[in-house]
Design a protein around this ligand. Structure first.
Ligand code: NAD
Ligand code: DAU
Length: 356
């Protein structure tokens, strides 16, 4: 049995589905169901006794202690977080509460549980903290990709809150001996991605005939990884990672945003051509840049490959084609997301021109 937090979100949801597709080890899934939590992603697990969903907060020590005592997991995988940079700029408080205070409380509750275990279970126990490449800050165009030794230079309220959580995790290992592992991953994409993030937003807006809002010049670079590759990296680190270590996870796939958007338009032109015969690229609109926008991220993923033998299975070409096809095949999932609070967020952030 493992305990997963944030397992109704984008990556956590994919992780739960992947895990139960490959193993019969049950999952307790603790998720607060913020705007980003979507149980419809896990609809296929309805009635599956291997998945126990609990709505709740990682910062609720009583609830988490009770779950740990009842289910006695051998590991905790912490995905729960506020994850959207733009939201952190508009309203940072939730990011501090969940990513910093929530992680702190989770660490404390897990530590007390771990201390209560017998020697064998105690030695086998792991807490894996899922983090991001954004903690390292922004790279110059010609700088080497982020290694695990790169200095932490977070620039947004989101990345600062994740950096703080990483430091807490590290300190709980060094001070209390808690058996932790941390992964710092680059940008994910794939099925069940909430359409406030670049790739799903562009697909969904393109199909709806709306503008495709590219921030600034669109030359900011991200290193994209297919979400199932991130899930397999987490499984690998949980299995074989060295205690107290951090592992960078990335796709060796740096792309400027504008190229991503143009590629999505080309794929849609092929798979679902516009009725008027024009390219979806005519919908691209450059809008005001994100404040403090990091220019470039790139992950050096050699450590996880060298030490643990993990490499991404998907190329960007195959992964992005699968992703566009998934959104075309799941209009109901998208429509249901859009009928929720996402609608309010989009109009607040972009104004009426882009709102759903
Ligand atoms: P997401 O926003 O899609 O999902 C987050 C989930 O956490 C949601 O289901 C939400 O309901 C839940 N949650 C939020 N606050 C909670 C709380 N206090 N208690 C319990 N549950 C809570 O995020 P995601 O994109 O799936 O990211 C998951 C993790 O991976 C995050 O820690 C994020 O920082 C990290 N990460 C994301 C990416 C990416 O590209 N999306 C890349 C690297 C790392
Ligand atoms: O690098 C890992 C991080 O990737 C994760 O830690 C975050 O949780 C995740 O949200 C993601 O952060 P980004 O800020 O890179 O993702 P986002 O999809 O919001 O933006 C990707 C790039 O696209 C970024 O340079 C901003 C730009 N962008 C984004 C949106 C939503 C646009 O140009 N237009 C948009 O409308």
């Amino acid at each position: 049995m493992i305990l997963v937090t944030g397992g109704a979100g984008f990556i956590g949801g994919n992780f739960v589905l992947d895990w139960l597709a490959q193993s019969n080890e049950p999952i307790v899934n603790l998720d607060k169901l913020t705007y980003a939590g979507n149980l419809e992603t896990l609809a296929g697990l309805q009635g599956d006794a291997r998945h126990i969903f609990v709505q709740g907060d990682i910062g609720d020590k009583t609830l988490v202690a009770e779950l740990l005592q009842t289910h006695r997991p051998r590991a905790v995988v912490n995905f729960a977080a506020e994850s959207h940079v733009d939201r952190s700029i508009h309203g940072p408080e939730d990011f501090i509460l969940t990513n910093v205070v929530g992680t702190f409380r989770l660490l404390e509750t897990v530590r007390h549980y771990w201390l209560s275990l017998g020697d064998e279970d105690k030695a086998a126990f792991r807490l894996l903290h899922v983090s991001t490449d954004e903690v390292y800050g922004s790279l110059a165009p010609d700088a080497a990709a982020f290694t695990e030794d790169h200095v932490y230079e977070p620039n947004s309220p989101y990345s600062a809150s994740k950096a703080a959580s990483d430091h807490l995790v590290r300190a709980w290992h060094h001070t209390y001996g808690l058996p932790v592992l941390t992964t710092n991953c680059s940008n994910n994409y794939g099925p069940y991605h909430f359409p406030e993030k670049l790739i799903p937003l562009m697909i969904v807006n393109a199909l709806a005939g709306k503008p495709l809002p590219v921030y600034g010049d669109g030359m900011q670079i991200r290193d994209w990884l297919y979400v199932q590759d991130h899930c397999s990296a987490i499984r690998t680190v949980l299995d074989k990672g060295r205690l107290g270590e951090t592992y960078n996870v990335g796709g060796w796939n740096e792309q400027p945003n504008i190229e991503i958007v143009r590629l999505i338009c080309r794929l849609l032109d092929e798979l679902r051509p516009r009725a008027d015969g024009l390219s979806y690229a005519t919908q691209i609109t450059h809008v005001t840049d994100r404040p403090g926008h990091d220019r470039r991220y790139a992950i050096d993923a050699r450590k996880i490959e060298r030490e643990l033998g993990w490499k991404p299975a998907e190329t960007f070409e195959t992964g992005i084609r699968k992703t566009v096809a998934w959104y075309l095949a799941h209009p109901d999932w998208v429509a249901n997301v859009q009928s929720g609070s996402y609608r309010d967020w989009v109009s607040h952030h972009y104004g009426a021109s882009v709102a759903a």
